[in-house]
Design a binder for this molecule. Sequence first.
Ligand code: FAD
Ligand code: NDP
Length: 426
Amino acid sequence: MGRAYKVVILGGGVAAGYAALEFVKHGINRGDLCIISAESVPPYERPALSKGFLLPEGAVRLPAFHTCVGVGEERLTPKWYKEHGIELVLGTEIVAADLTRKTLLTAAMETISFQILIIATGARVLRLEEFGVTRADAQNIYYLRDVNDATKLLEAMILLKGGKAVVIGGGYIGMECAAALVTNGVPVTMVFPESHCMARLFTPQIATFYEDYYTSKGVVFIKGTVMSAFESNQNGKVAAVILKDGTRLPADLVVVGVGIRANTTLFEGQLVIEKGGIKVNGKMRTSNSSVYAVGDVAAFPLKMYGDVRRLEHVDHARKSAAHAVQAIMTPEKTSDYDYLPYFYSRVFTLSWQFFGDNVGDCIYFGDSTKGKFGAYWIDKCRVVGAFLEGGSKDEYSALALVARQRPITEDTEALAGQGIKFALSL
Ligand code: FAD
Ligand code: NDP
């Protein structure tokens, strides 16, 4: 029999780090907690990888961005885990899980057993091979999920000198990596199937502001189409991206961000799966009472909206992790997870935040030509979502309150006129 722990956290990403801190706050005994991660470094703030990590000057490097610095809490270094008697089993992939026996099997065939398991396996990137794109194995095609990917992309970017990049995908990775490439002096063409960037969140009007800004920085957009193949040179390096209509885009480096899939495979057939994630209740507990799931991998009841969702954002990873630990350590004091969706991004000198739900009609306010504008989403006469570019801390907090309270509003013209003042006056 291998090692045994009271609690095992499977996955060493954002959620794992915040769960560890919460366990320590509750006072877990030395030797009771273990974190198993395929990555070779302790949990870190993943968002840094597409932002500060890729900057040409003043870039951030580990150990500076280990969790939980993202919310101004302690930075959990290897020393911190040691001091608190938390075992870090790094560079270790779990290849099988037996929830009846309460065991995990490592790739090196070691068995690790648990009394309570917290699944924090996050997600894996979708690869272009899965879309039937040919030559997707050429060199200099990069995906971005972990610090190894970010290091490889950074090295390729530095070596590129005079080369061109193509970015596939107009979501978060595409937008943030395109900005990083341009900031590093690399010319970028972006290709994506939708009619505008960030199509799942942005309206065409919001997207226009960002696309115009990117265009002013030299980014070229090719929208409404997908690529079908890569062309490589005799060294096996990517030479061009071929679009569906046959257009050839010369490329020396490609970054792909076409979405992710939650890492649920180990648990399929053992736990209830919904919306591509592991279904949990308001305590983040799965269909097995000894097993919890948090972060990107969890499909959880979004109490405010009365439905089940899986969210792929850092704020939820942090909060759901802390919530699961509270439910484990102080069940009598822990009510159901009541999350307000919160997404954000920072590119160039721009910065936006969004709270709530982007359903219903959109009412715009502010002045995009001055770099400060926003929008409210109105559904059934209630303000359910709020977006702001270029806001202050107080303004963003006010928007969060609006999305949480969902105030009734019938006069949308007045709302547009009041703009951010509406939120600040609540
Ligand atoms: P992860 O942080 O992905 O951690 C999962 C961990 O599980 C990894 O360590 C992985 O190696 C490990 N693992 C998986 N399977 C196994 C296995 N079988 N055995 C062992 N270990 C395993 N969100 C925002 O809100 N704002 C942002 O600005 C932002 N920027 C981002 C930038 C990048 C480049 C990326 C990739 C994501 C970004 N996100 C952002 C999303 C955010 O980082 C995720 O929502 C968050 O990391 C999810 O946390 P998690 O702990 O659930 O999963
Ligand atoms: P997203 O889901 O944000 O975006 C993927 C984009 O790629 C979508 O626009 C999608 O279109 C498009 N796409 C899908 N298939 C193709 C294709 N064959 N060719 C071209 N484009 C295609 O995922 P990302 O990969 O950008 O991000 C990965 C994860 O990282 C997400 O969980 C994201 O939340 C997270 N992340 C978050 C950040 C933040 O919050 N600031 C920053 C960076 C990453 P369609 O919608 O039509 O499928």
